[in-house]
Write a protein that binds this ligand. Structure first.
Ligand SMILES: C=C1C[C@]23C[C@@]1(O)CC[C@H]2[C@@]12CCC[C@@](C)(C(=O)O1)[C@H]2[C@@H]3C(=O)O
Ligand SMILES: O=C(O)CCC(=O)C(=O)O
Ligand SMILES: [Fe+2]
Length: 344
């Protein structure tokens, strides 16, 4: 069992918060999924846009550092991931979500489990359900699940996933180095931190997200506001619909408009801790529409037994040192209050 799966094992989620609605069978939003208007469509500010950075730009390091510090999110172009690979993984995700619910339930995430089909992990923290279904892959977990779903033709799915995970890991490592270099810390700190995140059994996870067509988008929410837990998330949103939004203090919700061939990169809680809060993990949510939307997120992090603590030697640390596993357990219990629990 992968160590990331192990980290979640002690925090079981009730089946009621794992089994998604059979979205194809409903023609209105049931009360269980009906969010108050104000929670779904708080004014969205359209005229501000998050940075788009060309990774071939000679000033990419500076731009990535600046965006991580001021936004906690940015988009990258010229990232080296072939468009065909982005499309192939999205196509496999679509193939999976288009299966009938009885098929998808064959690979349902277990209450103590971390991989497979099901609602978002954050679901129990909210009184209403989300208009969302997900499929989580950790390490080679996709093999067993794919064999269940497609006993005679699972190879294509597994090959696409393996290749994609490898490529994402490479890109995430490169981005982490760029971000860390912009901090005033020693080469030694940079190398050891990047090395622990890069180890072969680091805590990476791939998440397929599906937001089915919604009959009343103004009353439902795709993913409720949250921050991602690991170091960095790389999001592939190949479709041309603006659904991801970030919250900016003093401004409000801002859409992350898809840019052709670009990938969205956002800072997670572990990088927030490592940078002593200089790179804030970004609070984000997903809205729904009448159109089915799919996204693929890769979560990049160090091994769960590694320690995470503010790296900067110049400032007084505002977070205590803890293992990734401990942080995951605090997040599993306290969600967005997790960072405040470890403040010194
Ligand atoms: C590594 C992980 C991050 C994640 C929990 C997970 O084990 C795999 C699913 C991830 C996800 C995707 C949707 C939003 C999110 C908050 C959730 O509920 O599951 C994230 C988790 C996270 O970043 O904490
Ligand atoms: O679907 C999206 O745009 C964002 C998904 C997300 O926030 C996540 O997987 O953590
Ligand atoms: Fe997220």
């Amino acid at each position: 069992m992968s160590d990331l799966s192990e980290a979640y094992r002690d925090y079981p989620v009730h089946l009621q918060h794992i089994i998604p609605l059979d979205f194809h069978t409903v023609d209105s939003v049931p009360e269980s999924h009906e969010w108050p208007h104000s929670d779904c469509l708080k004014a969205v500010i359209d005229e501000i846009s998050i940075p788009v950075i060309d990774l071939m730009d000679p000033s990419a390091e500076k731009l990535v550092g600046h965006a991580s510090e001021n936004w906690g999110i940015f988009q990258v172009t010229n990232h080296g991931v072939p468009l065909s690979m982005l499309m192939d993984v999205e196509c496999e995700a679509r193939r999976l979500f288009l299966l009938p619910i009885e098929e998808k339930l064959k690979v349902l995430r277990s209450p103590e489990g971390a991989t497979g089909y099901g609602a978002a992990r954050i679901s129990p923290f909210f009184s209403k359900f989300m208009w969302h279904e997900g499929f989580t892959i950790i390490g080679s977990s996709s093999l067993d699940h794919a064999k269940e779903l497609w006993p005679h033709e699972h190879k294509r799915f597994c090959d696409v996933i393996d290749e994609y995970q490898k490529k994402m890991k490479e890109l995430a490592h490169k981005l982490l180095l760029l971000i860390l270099k912009s901090l005033e810390i020693s080469e030694e700190d940079i190398t050891s931190c990047a090395a622990s995140a890069c180890e072969s059994n680091g805590a990476g996870a791939l998440q397929f997200n599906s937001y089915p067509c919604c009959p009343n988008p103004s009353r439902a929410i795709g993913l409720a506001p949250h921050t991602d837990s690991l170091l960095l998330t790389i999001l592939n949103q190949t479709q041309d619909s603006s659904a991801l939004q970030i919250f900016r203090d003093g401004v409000g919700w801002i859409p992350v408009d898809p840019v052709r061939d670009a990938l969205v990169v956002n800072v997670g809680d572990l990088l927030h801790i490592l940078s002593n809060g200089k790179f804030p993990s970004v609070y984000h949510r997903v809205i729904v529409s009448e159109k089915h939307r799919i996204s693929v997120a890769y979560f990049y992090g160090p091994r769960t037994d590694s320690q995470v603590a503010p790296l900067s030697r110049i400032e007084v640390p505002i977070y205590r040192s803890l293992s990734v596993k401990e942080f995951i357990s605090i997040k599993a219990k306290h969600l967005e209050k997790a960072l405040s629990f470890i403040r010194i």
